[in-house]
Design a protein around this ligand. Structure first.
Ligand code: A3P
Length: 322
């Protein structure tokens, strides 16, 4: 690994880390030490931040929290939520996405806010406050679970999520290193070992609460978003209490947040995310459904399909078969 990203994933001081050294540990994609805490895998900086978040975050009823497992298309929703919440009279020239990467508009609780400061003062943030997190449902602060704040959960088919994750992690490797062996990354994913994994446990926890409390958690899938972006964007806006009045408004938001447009903006073509240390462009790739076909063997696909079938059995959740 040869990019600054690595530093953000590396440990803090040994004194700070002392309480965690006894936790189960796994090497992930040959580079990251993950620690298993309360059933999920974290790097140490993320674990510190998650515990600080759990202990100190006070939710407001109008907060909006975007939650997801990694590489499920979160960046799309990071752009959509602020665009839906924004004043509808903003012109294209005033669109905040023109000058801000979506990571900035929907800041991360564990990569930015509680990483920089374990007791941040969030009282001056403009309301409604927008946050994002990869923290599993069980580890969220009680205040998020018990307040009236809304959670939008983004999910994606496991095969495309895995392939997207593998590509993303490869952007962090030098040319000399080349891509990480996909077979090894696949084994880890199937074993449930990935940052904020196991993937299926992450998805299922949010899914179950979304069924019990549909006004609390809106469960979105990447496949449905791709199939009917307008319909899903309207659904999202209604959930957020900001329904559209005109079709043109929906069209505008869908266009402003489209992969094609975001990819073409200078702000997303250049620069590095200061918190995660990752090149801005790495968040935008192909954005298709079924890209796994270009990377997984038939055997890998069948194996992951079988794991998916077993994990989701009886849950009522299924991902579009492509
Ligand atoms: P691919 O790697 O399949 O192309 P995350 O945002 O959770 O990190 O997930 C990244 C995935 O979302 C990538 O998928 C990326 O191309 C896709 N993505 C990012 N922005 C998008 C957008 N505006 N519309 C559709 N897909 C988008």
């Amino acid at each position: 690994m040869s990019v600054p990203f690595f530093s953000t994933f590396q440990t803090t001081s040994s004194i700070e880390n002392a309480p965690f050294v006894h936790l189960p540990r796994a090497k992930w994609v040959g580079a990251f030490d993950l620690y298993q805490w309360e059933g999920f895998w974290y790097t140490l900086p993320r674990l510190h931040a998650t515990i600080a978040l759990q202990n100190h975050f006070k939710s407001l009823d109008d907060d909006v929290i975007l939650a997801s497992s990694i590489k499920t298309g979160t960046t799309w929703i990071k752009a959509l939520i602020p665009s839906i919440m924004a004043d509808r009279i903003l012109t294209d020239e005033q669109d905040p996405l023109l000058t801000n990467h979506p990571n900035v508009l929907t800041p991360s609780l564990e990569f930015k806010i509680y990483r920089e400061n374990t007791t941040p003062n969030l009282s001056e943030m403009q309301s409604p406050r927008l946050f994002r997190t990869h923290v599993p449902y069980r580890a969220l602060p009680e205040s998020i679970k018990n307040s009236k704040c809304r959670i939008v959960y983004m999910s994606r088919s496991p095969k495309d999520t895995f392939v997207s994750m593998w590509h993303f992690l490869n952007t962090l490797r030098s040319d000399e290193e080349g891509p990480f062996p996909i077979e090894e990354a696949f084994e880890s994913f199937c074993d449930g070992v990935s940052a904020f994994g196991p993937f299926f446990d992450h998805v299922l926890e949010y899914w179950k609460v979304s069924l019990e409390k549909p006004n609390k958690i809106l469960f979105l899938t990447y496949e449905e978003m791709k199939h009917d972006p307008k319909g899903q964007v309207k659904r999202l806006a209604e959930f957020l209490g900001r329904p559209f009045e005109k079709e043109e408004e929906v069209d505008k938001v869908v266009w402003r947040c489209s992969l094609e447009r975001l990819k073409s903006l200078d702000v997303n073509k250049e620069g590095i995310d200061p918190w995660e240390g990752i090149a801005h462009h790495a968040y935008f790739r192909r954005g298709t459904v079924g890209d796994w076909k270009n990377h997984l063997t038939d055997e890998m696909a069948s194996r992951l399909d079988e794991i998916t079938r077993m994990k989701l059995e009886g849950s009522g959740l299924s991902f579009q078969k492509v």
